[in-house]
Design a protein around this ligand. Structure first.
Ligand code: PA5
Length: 437
């Protein structure tokens, strides 16, 4: 499914991280014992194995009904209630592909122009809403849902809109649950013990992914394989190796990790990874700053900095060994552009040669590289990678000594925003903040 190579991260490869490997094994054992920090949010650890054929078929049937009744589905959510679905859909959908049912995202920002144009765009379409919020009270999706709901009722009547709305939320708490119960929306539950950023393999991710036409069975299969392999306390366990390597690099002063892909369809996969690691580890004044890049595109922007800027970063490359399609460079008799030396060469090979060349250049420039490889971008491999990154994140967070399953820092901006917007209950903070502005 995947491989990991640390030879371009450390002079002596794995031999240089023996201590960290031992610590990573202990962190995995702590995770599995359920006695570590944040242990009420460990449901994701055994999630793939608990996904039944019945759940897959229920989600697939719901997705099929939505596909049959809708030209467009608006998926409303933010953070962990948005990024996983988008990451997988983008990774597994061929570019320029015309979906039977297109997926549009909302609730992941507060841009007025976007909502104006979205509401115009939806006019005269057959559209449905999948609204996702674990807490059921997050401002961005709640504002978007309020706008969309009004337009939905105007377009399809109250009953029609209710039939065309699916809510994915807590089993009993939150405003979204209340609205769903009152209006009879079909609902799916986000398990209590699975935090937002670990929820892509619950209906939060699986329903939108299935609506996009991707077979979720294969995605889940890949994650199940990963669950079996990556829970072993072995020095061959890729999650142990990745967590050990990045903590070693961090301790040596490499404070920034760039996740690198050579495939634009993985851009949102990196966004998902950034949220997973950024929210899990960035606390108590600690943690690697996570960043991402799509090469070769970004070699023409960030490349200069990576090669010669401050030496505080390392890269993790997701190398894809094979493409699905073959496209060769054509021969040109005139050869004015001088490219005939590439005639007949597959563009994927050129891309991977660019990856090798960049790897060598960046390593020589003082940027260690962890290399993760998969054979192809397939649902199984993406499912495997999802679980790989999740368990490695839990291990890595415990090695760092933080609780990788909370996000107390996210509250600060919310309190300020509520106070400044005049939300009842925040009057005192409002007065204080206004003086500071
Ligand atoms: O990972 C997390 O917990 C967060 O990013 C949440 O997913 C995000 O804040 C959205 O929360 P909710 O699903 O409650 O609307």
């Amino acid at each position: 499914m995947m491989k990991i190579n640390l030879n371009k991260a450390f002079n002596n490869g794995i031999a240089d991280i023996r201590i960290e490997i031992q610590q990573a094994k202990e962190a995995l054992a702590l995770l599995q014992s359920g006695k570590g920090k944040g242990n009420d949010f460990l449901g994701w650890l055994t999630l793939p194995g608990s996904i039944t054929a019945e759940l897959i078929s229920d989600i697939s049937n719901t997705a099929e009904q939505i596909r049959n009744s809708s030209d467009t589905v608006v998926v409303v959510g933010i953070g962990g209630s948005y990024l996983g679905a988008r990451a997988v859909i983008d990774a597994l959908t061929p570019p320029f592909f015309s979906h039977k049912t297109e997926i549009i995202y909302a609730g992941h920002h507060l841009d007025a122009d976007y909502y104006h144009h979205l509401l115009n765009y939806l006019r005269n379409k057959r559209w449905s809403i999948v609204v996702i919020s674990k807490s059921g009270t997050t401002t961005e999706p709640a504002v978007a849902f309020r706008l969309l709901r009004k337009a939905h009722i105007e377009a399809f009547g109250l009953e029609g809109a209710n039939r065309r709305t699916i809510a994915i939320t807590d089993a009993s708490k939150g405003a979204l649950r209340k609205m769903a119960n009152q209006n009879g929306f079909k609902t799916y539950v986000i398990p209590d013990d699975v935090g937002g950023r670990y929820s892509v393999l619950t209906p939060v991710g699986l329903l939108p992914i299935a609506i996009s036409g991707i077979d979720i069975k294969h995605l889940v299969e890949g994650a199940k394989n990963a669950e079996k392999q990556l829970n072993q306390p072995s020095s061959e366990n890729y999650a142990i190796l990745y967590a050990a390597a990045r903590n070693k690099l961090y301790r040596e002063g490499k404070k920034i990790e760039m996740m690198v892909t050579y495939h634009p369809q993985l851009l949102y996969f990196i966004e998902w990874w950034k949220q997973l690691y950024g929210e899990s580890e960035g606390k108590e004044n600690k943690g690697i700053f996570v960043s991402g890049a799509t090469f070769t595109t970004d070699l023409h922007s960030l490349g200069q900095y990576i090669q010669q800027g401050e030496r505080h970063l390392f890269e993790t490359l997701i190398l894809v060994e094979n493409s699905h399609q073959k496209v060769s460079v054509v021969n040109d008799e005139q050869n004015i552009d001088g490219l005939n030396y590439l005639s007949g060469m597959d563009i994927h090979n050129i891309n991977n040669t660019a990856a090798q060349a960049t790897l060598l250049a960046h390593c020589n420039g003082g940027v260690p590289n962890i290399v993760l490889s998969i054979d192809k971008i397939t649902p199984e491999n993406i499912g495997y990678l999802i679980y790989f990154y999740e368990i490695a994140c839990g291990i890595s967070g415990y090695m760092l000594g933080v609780n990788p399953f909370d996000q107390p820092g996210v509250e600060d901006y919310k309190v300020n925003m509520f106070a400044l917007l005049g939300k009842p209950g925040f009057e005192q903070q409002r007065e204080q903040l206004k003086k500071m502005l």
